[in-house]
Design a binder for this molecule. Sequence first.
Ligand code: HEM
Length: 448
Amino acid sequence: MASKGLQHIPRVPGSIPLVGHALKLGRDPLGFLKSLRTTGDLVRVNVGTMPICIATSAEMIHQVTVAQARSFEKGRLYDRVRPLVGNGLANAGGEIHRTHRRLIQPVFHRARIAGYAEVMSRRAVELAQSWTPGQRVDIEHAMSEYAIETLAETMFSADMGRPALEAARRDLPVILKNMLLRAASPKFLDRLPIRPNREFDRAAGSMRKIIDDVVRSTREAARDGQLDLLSLLLDARDEDTGLGLTDEEVRDELVTILFAGSDTTASVLGWSFAELARHPAVEKQVLAEIDEVVGTRPVTIEDIPRLATIRRVLDEAIRLHGVTLLMRRTTEPVELGRYSIPSGVEVAFSLYAVHRDPALYADPDRFDPDRWLPGRRESIPREAFVPFGAGNRKCIGDAFAWTEATIALATILARWRLRPVPGHATRETAAAMAHPDRIPMVVEVRRT
Ligand code: HEM
Protein backbone atom coordinates (compact mmCIF):
# COMPACT_ATOMS: atom_id res chain seq x y z
CA MET A 1 0.00 0.00 0.00
CA ALA A 2 1.29 3.49 -0.90
CA SER A 3 2.30 5.51 2.16
CA LYS A 4 0.35 8.60 3.17
CA GLY A 5 1.55 12.03 4.31
CA LEU A 6 1.52 13.65 7.72
CA GLN A 7 -1.97 15.09 7.27
CA HIS A 8 -3.41 11.55 7.09
CA ILE A 9 -2.19 10.51 10.53
CA PRO A 10 -5.33 10.25 12.70
CA ARG A 11 -5.86 13.29 14.93
CA VAL A 12 -6.80 12.66 18.52
CA PRO A 13 -10.29 14.10 19.11
CA GLY A 14 -10.87 17.00 21.53
CA SER A 15 -8.35 19.58 20.28
CA ILE A 16 -9.27 23.19 21.11
CA PRO A 17 -8.06 26.06 18.84
CA LEU A 18 -4.74 27.55 20.11
CA VAL A 19 -4.75 25.34 23.22
CA GLY A 20 -4.80 22.03 21.34
CA HIS A 21 -4.88 19.04 23.72
CA ALA A 22 -3.01 20.92 26.46
CA LEU A 23 -6.03 21.00 28.78
CA LYS A 24 -6.64 17.26 28.49
CA LEU A 25 -2.95 16.64 28.97
CA GLY A 26 -2.86 18.96 31.99
CA ARG A 27 -5.96 17.48 33.64
CA ASP A 28 -5.08 13.79 33.45
CA PRO A 29 -1.76 13.33 31.63
CA LEU A 30 -1.35 9.61 32.32
CA GLY A 31 -4.96 8.79 31.41
CA PHE A 32 -4.62 10.87 28.23
CA LEU A 33 -1.41 9.07 27.20
CA LYS A 34 -3.04 5.65 27.77
CA SER A 35 -6.14 6.63 25.77
CA LEU A 36 -4.20 7.48 22.59
CA ARG A 37 -3.81 3.89 21.41
CA THR A 38 -7.54 3.72 20.63
CA THR A 39 -7.00 6.35 17.88
CA GLY A 40 -4.17 4.46 16.15
CA ASP A 41 -0.57 3.23 16.42
CA LEU A 42 0.66 6.64 15.24
CA VAL A 43 -1.52 9.63 16.15
CA ARG A 44 -1.36 13.43 16.05
CA VAL A 45 -1.94 15.72 19.00
CA ASN A 46 -1.51 19.48 19.32
CA VAL A 47 0.23 20.96 22.35
CA GLY A 48 -0.70 24.62 22.04
CA THR A 49 -0.23 25.23 18.35
CA MET A 50 2.58 22.67 17.96
CA PRO A 51 1.64 19.36 16.31
CA ILE A 52 3.34 16.27 17.74
CA CYS A 53 3.12 12.70 16.44
CA ILE A 54 2.82 10.07 19.15
CA ALA A 55 3.81 6.44 18.57
CA THR A 56 1.46 4.33 20.72
CA SER A 57 2.25 0.68 19.92
CA ALA A 58 5.28 -1.35 21.00
CA GLU A 59 6.12 -1.99 17.33
CA MET A 60 5.95 1.70 16.37
CA ILE A 61 8.14 2.65 19.35
CA HIS A 62 10.62 -0.02 18.25
CA GLN A 63 10.70 1.58 14.77
CA VAL A 64 11.54 4.99 16.29
CA THR A 65 14.07 3.88 18.91
CA VAL A 66 15.76 0.92 17.22
CA ALA A 67 14.93 0.02 13.61
CA GLN A 68 15.05 3.58 12.23
CA ALA A 69 16.93 5.27 15.07
CA ARG A 70 19.42 6.79 12.61
CA SER A 71 16.71 9.05 11.17
CA PHE A 72 15.96 10.62 14.57
CA GLU A 73 17.64 12.98 17.00
CA LYS A 74 16.53 13.89 20.51
CA GLY A 75 13.52 16.24 20.43
CA ARG A 76 12.24 19.41 22.02
CA LEU A 77 12.10 18.08 25.58
CA TYR A 78 15.88 17.69 25.54
CA ASP A 79 16.53 21.11 23.95
CA ARG A 80 14.85 22.62 26.97
CA VAL A 81 17.17 20.93 29.50
CA ARG A 82 20.35 21.79 27.59
CA PRO A 83 21.19 24.83 29.77
CA LEU A 84 21.45 22.41 32.70
CA VAL A 85 23.06 19.29 31.26
CA GLY A 86 24.87 20.85 28.29
CA ASN A 87 25.86 18.25 25.74
CA GLY A 88 25.96 15.32 28.17
CA LEU A 89 25.16 11.86 26.91
CA ALA A 90 21.37 12.13 27.13
CA ASN A 91 21.36 15.28 24.99
CA ALA A 92 24.23 14.87 22.56
CA GLY A 93 23.51 13.75 19.01
CA GLY A 94 25.25 12.08 16.06
CA GLU A 95 29.00 11.57 16.18
CA ILE A 96 29.49 13.22 19.61
CA HIS A 97 26.95 10.84 21.12
CA ARG A 98 28.57 7.81 19.48
CA THR A 99 32.11 8.63 20.67
CA HIS A 100 31.08 9.71 24.16
CA ARG A 101 28.87 6.65 24.63
CA ARG A 102 31.81 4.39 23.67
CA LEU A 103 34.04 6.29 26.05
CA ILE A 104 31.65 6.23 29.00
CA GLN A 105 30.28 2.68 28.65
CA PRO A 106 33.19 1.09 30.62
CA VAL A 107 32.41 3.34 33.60
CA PHE A 108 29.15 1.34 33.93
CA HIS A 109 30.76 -2.05 33.34
CA ARG A 110 29.84 -4.88 35.72
CA ALA A 111 33.26 -4.77 37.40
CA ARG A 112 32.83 -1.08 38.17
CA ILE A 113 29.32 -1.55 39.52
CA ALA A 114 30.71 -4.02 42.03
CA GLY A 115 32.73 -1.09 43.47
CA TYR A 116 29.73 1.26 43.55
CA ALA A 117 27.72 -1.51 45.26
CA GLU A 118 29.82 -1.07 48.41
CA VAL A 119 28.71 2.58 48.66
CA MET A 120 25.09 1.60 47.94
CA SER A 121 25.15 -1.06 50.64
CA ARG A 122 26.81 1.10 53.29
CA ARG A 123 24.40 3.97 52.67
CA ALA A 124 21.40 1.62 52.84
CA VAL A 125 22.58 0.21 56.20
CA GLU A 126 23.06 3.77 57.51
CA LEU A 127 19.55 4.71 56.40
CA ALA A 128 17.99 1.61 57.98
CA GLN A 129 19.91 2.24 61.21
CA SER A 130 18.73 5.87 61.38
CA TRP A 131 15.10 4.84 61.94
CA THR A 132 13.51 4.07 65.31
CA PRO A 133 10.66 1.60 65.97
CA GLY A 134 7.24 3.13 65.34
CA GLN A 135 8.74 6.12 63.51
CA ARG A 136 6.70 7.69 60.73
CA VAL A 137 8.85 8.04 57.60
CA ASP A 138 8.01 9.78 54.34
CA ILE A 139 9.36 7.01 52.14
CA GLU A 140 9.19 9.03 48.93
CA HIS A 141 11.42 11.68 50.49
CA ALA A 142 13.74 9.14 52.14
CA MET A 143 14.29 7.33 48.83
CA SER A 144 14.95 10.57 47.01
CA GLU A 145 17.67 11.52 49.52
CA TYR A 146 19.11 8.00 49.47
CA ALA A 147 19.29 7.94 45.65
CA ILE A 148 20.84 11.41 45.33
CA GLU A 149 23.41 10.89 48.07
CA THR A 150 24.38 7.40 46.94
CA LEU A 151 24.83 8.48 43.34
CA ALA A 152 26.79 11.58 44.36
CA GLU A 153 29.08 9.50 46.60
CA THR A 154 29.83 7.05 43.79
CA MET A 155 30.95 10.10 41.79
CA PHE A 156 32.88 12.07 44.38
CA SER A 157 34.49 9.68 46.84
CA ALA A 158 37.48 11.83 47.78
CA ASP A 159 37.51 14.63 50.38
CA MET A 160 38.18 17.02 47.52
CA GLY A 161 34.78 16.12 46.07
CA ARG A 162 32.83 16.94 49.23
CA PRO A 163 31.58 20.37 48.01
CA ALA A 164 30.11 18.68 44.92
CA LEU A 165 28.42 16.05 47.05
CA GLU A 166 26.90 18.79 49.17
CA ALA A 167 25.88 20.80 46.10
CA ALA A 168 24.06 17.76 44.68
CA ARG A 169 22.28 17.19 47.98
CA ARG A 170 21.19 20.84 48.20
CA ASP A 171 20.57 21.85 44.57
CA LEU A 172 19.38 18.71 42.80
CA PRO A 173 15.99 18.47 44.58
CA VAL A 174 15.28 22.11 43.58
CA ILE A 175 16.28 21.41 39.98
CA LEU A 176 14.19 18.24 39.77
CA LYS A 177 11.15 19.99 41.26
CA ASN A 178 11.17 22.79 38.68
CA MET A 179 12.44 20.81 35.70
CA LEU A 180 9.20 19.46 34.31
CA LEU A 181 7.56 22.87 34.33
CA ARG A 182 10.50 24.25 32.39
CA ALA A 183 10.60 21.41 29.87
CA ALA A 184 6.88 21.75 29.16
CA SER A 185 6.70 25.55 28.87
CA PRO A 186 7.81 27.77 25.95
CA LYS A 187 11.34 29.15 26.04
CA PHE A 188 10.39 32.83 26.37
CA LEU A 189 8.90 32.08 29.81
CA ASP A 190 12.39 31.16 31.13
CA ARG A 191 13.24 34.85 31.53
CA LEU A 192 10.21 35.77 33.62
CA PRO A 193 11.39 36.71 37.12
CA ILE A 194 9.03 34.25 38.85
CA ARG A 195 10.03 32.02 41.76
CA PRO A 196 10.38 28.68 39.88
CA ASN A 197 12.71 30.34 37.35
CA ARG A 198 14.79 32.06 40.02
CA GLU A 199 15.07 28.87 42.07
CA PHE A 200 15.96 26.76 39.04
CA ASP A 201 18.57 29.20 37.68
CA ARG A 202 20.23 29.60 41.05
CA ALA A 203 20.35 25.87 41.80
CA ALA A 204 21.52 24.88 38.29
CA GLY A 205 24.18 27.63 38.21
CA SER A 206 25.48 26.79 41.68
CA MET A 207 25.66 23.02 41.09
CA ARG A 208 27.41 23.38 37.71
CA LYS A 209 29.96 25.85 39.12
CA ILE A 210 30.84 23.72 42.15
CA ILE A 211 31.16 20.57 40.05
CA ASP A 212 33.38 22.55 37.64
CA ASP A 213 35.74 23.46 40.47
CA VAL A 214 35.88 19.87 41.74
CA VAL A 215 36.54 18.48 38.24
CA ARG A 216 39.40 20.95 37.73
CA SER A 217 41.06 20.30 41.07
CA THR A 218 40.63 16.52 40.79
CA ARG A 219 42.21 16.55 37.30
CA GLU A 220 45.30 18.21 38.79
CA ALA A 221 45.52 15.96 41.86
CA ALA A 222 47.31 12.62 42.18
CA ARG A 223 44.56 10.02 42.09
CA ASP A 224 46.27 6.73 42.69
CA GLY A 225 43.74 3.94 42.46
CA GLN A 226 40.71 6.19 42.95
CA LEU A 227 37.79 4.46 41.20
CA ASP A 228 34.87 6.83 41.60
CA LEU A 229 32.80 7.93 38.60
CA LEU A 230 34.60 11.26 38.40
CA SER A 231 38.09 9.71 38.21
CA LEU A 232 36.93 7.09 35.71
CA LEU A 233 35.47 9.81 33.46
CA LEU A 234 38.65 11.90 33.74
CA ASP A 235 40.75 8.86 32.74
CA ALA A 236 38.45 7.53 29.98
CA ARG A 237 40.19 7.34 26.58
CA ASP A 238 38.84 6.45 23.15
CA GLU A 239 40.46 3.19 22.01
CA ASP A 240 40.98 4.40 18.44
CA THR A 241 42.01 8.02 18.92
CA GLY A 242 43.36 7.96 22.48
CA LEU A 243 41.38 11.15 23.15
CA GLY A 244 39.51 11.78 26.40
CA LEU A 245 36.88 14.21 27.67
CA THR A 246 37.56 17.89 28.44
CA ASP A 247 36.76 19.26 31.92
CA GLU A 248 33.54 20.82 30.59
CA GLU A 249 32.50 17.52 29.01
CA VAL A 250 33.17 15.66 32.26
CA ARG A 251 31.06 18.23 34.15
CA ASP A 252 28.19 17.84 31.65
CA GLU A 253 28.30 14.06 31.99
CA LEU A 254 28.28 14.24 35.79
CA VAL A 255 25.31 16.63 35.83
CA THR A 256 23.50 14.46 33.26
CA ILE A 257 24.05 11.32 35.33
CA LEU A 258 22.91 13.05 38.54
CA PHE A 259 19.84 14.27 36.73
CA ALA A 260 19.01 11.00 34.93
CA GLY A 261 19.86 8.59 37.72
CA SER A 262 18.43 9.94 40.96
CA ASP A 263 14.69 10.63 40.72
CA THR A 264 14.14 7.62 38.45
CA THR A 265 15.69 5.18 40.91
CA ALA A 266 14.01 6.87 43.90
CA SER A 267 10.59 6.61 42.24
CA VAL A 268 10.84 2.87 41.53
CA LEU A 269 12.10 2.23 45.07
CA GLY A 270 9.23 4.21 46.59
CA TRP A 271 6.68 2.33 44.49
CA SER A 272 8.21 -1.03 45.40
CA PHE A 273 7.70 -0.33 49.11
CA ALA A 274 4.18 1.00 48.50
CA GLU A 275 3.15 -1.99 46.34
CA LEU A 276 4.65 -4.56 48.73
CA ALA A 277 2.69 -3.08 51.63
CA ARG A 278 -0.51 -3.44 49.55
CA HIS A 279 0.31 -7.05 48.55
CA PRO A 280 1.12 -9.08 51.68
CA ALA A 281 1.49 -12.40 49.83
CA VAL A 282 4.25 -10.94 47.63
CA GLU A 283 5.81 -9.22 50.63
CA LYS A 284 5.98 -12.58 52.41
CA GLN A 285 7.86 -14.15 49.47
CA VAL A 286 10.30 -11.23 49.40
CA LEU A 287 10.99 -11.42 53.15
CA ALA A 288 11.56 -15.19 52.96
CA GLU A 289 14.03 -14.67 50.11
CA ILE A 290 15.93 -11.95 52.00
CA ASP A 291 16.15 -14.13 55.14
CA GLU A 292 17.47 -17.05 53.10
CA VAL A 293 19.98 -15.15 50.95
CA VAL A 294 21.35 -12.34 53.15
CA GLY A 295 19.75 -12.06 56.57
CA THR A 296 20.92 -8.79 58.15
CA ARG A 297 24.52 -8.79 56.94
CA PRO A 298 25.37 -6.07 54.36
CA VAL A 299 24.14 -6.97 50.85
CA THR A 300 26.96 -7.56 48.35
CA ILE A 301 27.07 -7.60 44.56
CA GLU A 302 27.25 -11.43 44.66
CA ASP A 303 23.82 -11.55 46.33
CA ILE A 304 22.06 -9.71 43.51
CA PRO A 305 21.44 -12.66 41.12
CA ARG A 306 20.07 -14.70 44.04
CA LEU A 307 17.43 -12.09 44.89
CA ALA A 308 15.17 -13.06 41.98
CA THR A 309 11.87 -12.24 43.73
CA ILE A 310 13.06 -8.69 44.39
CA ARG A 311 14.02 -8.43 40.72
CA ARG A 312 10.46 -9.40 39.71
CA VAL A 313 9.04 -6.82 42.13
CA LEU A 314 11.27 -4.13 40.60
CA ASP A 315 10.35 -5.15 37.04
CA GLU A 316 6.67 -4.99 37.94
CA ALA A 317 6.98 -1.65 39.79
CA ILE A 318 8.73 -0.07 36.81
CA ARG A 319 6.26 -1.61 34.36
CA LEU A 320 3.36 0.01 36.20
CA HIS A 321 4.97 3.32 37.11
CA GLY A 322 7.65 4.01 34.51
CA VAL A 323 8.91 6.80 32.27
CA THR A 324 5.96 8.85 31.08
CA LEU A 325 7.09 10.57 27.89
CA LEU A 326 10.15 10.53 25.63
CA MET A 327 10.72 12.49 22.46
CA ARG A 328 12.59 12.40 19.19
CA ARG A 329 12.72 14.59 16.07
CA THR A 330 13.13 13.33 12.50
CA THR A 331 16.39 14.43 10.85
CA GLU A 332 15.32 13.21 7.40
CA PRO A 333 12.12 11.94 5.75
CA VAL A 334 11.13 8.60 7.27
CA GLU A 335 8.44 5.94 6.68
CA LEU A 336 6.59 4.97 9.85
CA GLY A 337 4.04 2.25 9.21
CA ARG A 338 1.75 3.55 6.48
CA TYR A 339 2.90 7.15 6.82
CA SER A 340 5.65 9.30 5.31
CA ILE A 341 7.00 11.77 7.86
CA PRO A 342 9.07 14.74 6.68
CA SER A 343 12.25 15.96 8.37
CA GLY A 344 11.94 18.12 11.51
CA VAL A 345 8.79 16.50 12.98
CA GLU A 346 8.57 15.89 16.75
CA VAL A 347 7.67 12.27 17.57
CA ALA A 348 6.85 11.32 21.17
CA PHE A 349 6.11 8.00 22.89
CA SER A 350 5.12 6.86 26.37
CA LEU A 351 6.77 3.82 27.95
CA TYR A 352 4.21 4.13 30.75
CA ALA A 353 1.31 3.74 28.29
CA VAL A 354 2.80 0.82 26.36
CA HIS A 355 3.50 -1.03 29.61
CA ARG A 356 -0.21 -0.87 30.42
CA ASP A 357 -1.46 -1.94 26.97
CA PRO A 358 -4.10 -4.69 27.45
CA ALA A 359 -3.12 -6.22 24.10
CA LEU A 360 0.34 -6.95 25.57
CA TYR A 361 -0.36 -7.57 29.27
CA ALA A 362 -3.17 -9.56 30.84
CA ASP A 363 -4.93 -7.46 33.49
CA PRO A 364 -2.46 -4.63 32.82
CA ASP A 365 -3.22 -2.41 35.84
CA ARG A 366 -2.69 -5.23 38.36
CA PHE A 367 0.58 -5.48 40.35
CA ASP A 368 1.58 -9.08 39.63
CA PRO A 369 5.34 -9.76 39.85
CA ASP A 370 4.67 -13.42 38.98
CA ARG A 371 4.08 -12.40 35.37
CA TRP A 372 7.91 -12.23 35.21
CA LEU A 373 8.39 -15.85 36.32
CA PRO A 374 10.23 -18.08 33.82
CA GLY A 375 7.55 -19.78 31.75
CA ARG A 376 5.25 -16.77 31.88
CA ARG A 377 7.54 -13.90 30.94
CA GLU A 378 8.30 -15.45 27.53
CA SER A 379 4.75 -14.62 26.40
CA ILE A 380 5.55 -10.90 26.68
CA PRO A 381 7.26 -9.68 23.48
CA ARG A 382 10.70 -8.15 24.00
CA GLU A 383 9.61 -4.78 22.48
CA ALA A 384 6.70 -4.61 24.95
CA PHE A 385 8.91 -4.18 28.04
CA VAL A 386 11.36 -1.32 27.61
CA PRO A 387 11.62 0.45 31.00
CA PHE A 388 15.11 1.71 30.14
CA GLY A 389 14.34 2.51 26.50
CA ALA A 390 15.94 0.64 23.59
CA GLY A 391 18.48 1.00 20.81
CA ASN A 392 21.47 3.34 20.77
CA ARG A 393 19.92 5.70 23.37
CA LYS A 394 19.05 2.99 25.87
CA CYS A 395 19.77 3.91 29.49
CA ILE A 396 23.46 3.48 30.30
CA GLY A 397 22.68 3.16 34.03
CA ASP A 398 20.21 0.24 34.01
CA ALA A 399 22.49 -2.23 35.83
CA PHE A 400 23.54 0.55 38.24
CA ALA A 401 19.89 1.34 39.03
CA TRP A 402 18.82 -2.29 39.56
CA THR A 403 21.85 -3.02 41.73
CA GLU A 404 21.12 0.02 43.90
CA ALA A 405 17.39 -0.69 44.16
CA THR A 406 17.92 -4.37 45.00
CA ILE A 407 20.44 -3.51 47.70
CA ALA A 408 18.18 -0.84 49.25
CA LEU A 409 15.09 -3.10 49.30
CA ALA A 410 16.95 -6.10 50.75
CA THR A 411 18.76 -4.01 53.39
CA ILE A 412 15.71 -2.14 54.62
CA LEU A 413 13.24 -5.04 54.52
CA ALA A 414 15.67 -7.30 56.39
CA ARG A 415 15.26 -4.97 59.38
CA TRP A 416 11.93 -3.21 59.04
CA ARG A 417 8.35 -3.92 58.10
CA LEU A 418 6.86 -0.83 56.44
CA ARG A 419 3.17 -0.15 57.06
CA PRO A 420 1.21 2.57 55.24
CA VAL A 421 -0.13 5.38 57.42
CA PRO A 422 -3.92 4.97 57.33
CA GLY A 423 -5.85 7.60 55.40
CA HIS A 424 -3.39 8.24 52.58
CA ALA A 425 -3.61 6.34 49.29
CA THR A 426 -0.42 6.93 47.31
CA ARG A 427 -1.21 8.23 43.82
CA GLU A 428 0.75 8.71 40.62
CA THR A 429 1.81 12.22 39.67
CA ALA A 430 3.08 12.79 36.15
CA ALA A 431 6.73 13.82 36.18
CA ALA A 432 9.52 12.25 34.12
CA MET A 433 8.29 9.04 35.76
CA ALA A 434 4.82 8.25 37.07
CA HIS A 435 6.12 9.39 40.45
CA PRO A 436 4.46 8.57 43.80
CA ASP A 437 2.95 11.70 45.38
CA ARG A 438 3.69 10.84 49.02
CA ILE A 439 4.30 7.53 50.79
CA PRO A 440 3.86 8.08 54.52
CA MET A 441 4.68 4.82 56.32
CA VAL A 442 5.37 3.61 59.83
CA VAL A 443 8.43 1.43 60.35
CA GLU A 444 7.97 -1.58 62.61
CA VAL A 445 10.79 -3.79 63.82
CA ARG A 446 11.25 -7.15 62.10
CA ARG A 447 14.23 -8.18 64.19
CA THR A 448 15.95 -6.72 67.18
C1 HEM B 1 15.04 3.03 37.46
C2 HEM B 1 15.91 3.93 37.08
C3 HEM B 1 16.08 4.46 35.67
C4 HEM B 1 15.18 4.50 34.63
C5 HEM B 1 13.74 3.99 34.61
C6 HEM B 1 15.88 5.10 33.50
C7 HEM B 1 15.32 5.28 32.24
C8 HEM B 1 16.00 5.77 31.15
C9 HEM B 1 15.45 5.83 29.80
C10 HEM B 1 14.06 5.37 29.39
C11 HEM B 1 16.42 6.35 28.99
C12 HEM B 1 16.31 6.56 27.49
C13 HEM B 1 15.81 7.94 27.14
C14 HEM B 1 15.46 8.09 25.67
O1 HEM B 1 15.41 7.11 24.93
O2 HEM B 1 15.19 9.24 25.26
C15 HEM B 1 17.57 6.65 29.83
C16 HEM B 1 18.75 7.21 29.37
C17 HEM B 1 19.82 7.49 30.18
N1 HEM B 1 19.97 7.16 31.51
FE1 HEM B 1 18.61 6.21 32.67
N2 HEM B 1 17.15 5.43 33.87
C18 HEM B 1 17.32 5.04 35.18
C19 HEM B 1 18.48 5.16 35.94
C20 HEM B 1 19.66 5.70 35.49
C21 HEM B 1 20.88 5.75 36.27
C22 HEM B 1 21.04 5.18 37.68
C23 HEM B 1 21.79 6.42 35.50
C24 HEM B 1 23.25 6.72 35.79
C25 HEM B 1 23.89 6.33 36.88
C26 HEM B 1 21.16 6.76 34.23
C27 HEM B 1 21.75 7.44 33.19
C28 HEM B 1 21.20 7.60 31.94
C29 HEM B 1 21.90 8.26 30.82
C30 HEM B 1 23.27 8.90 30.87
C31 HEM B 1 21.02 8.19 29.71
C32 HEM B 1 21.29 8.71 28.29
C33 HEM B 1 21.87 7.56 27.45
C34 HEM B 1 22.12 7.93 26.00
O3 HEM B 1 21.40 8.74 25.41
O4 HEM B 1 23.10 7.37 25.43
N3 HEM B 1 19.86 6.30 34.27
N4 HEM B 1 17.29 6.28 31.13
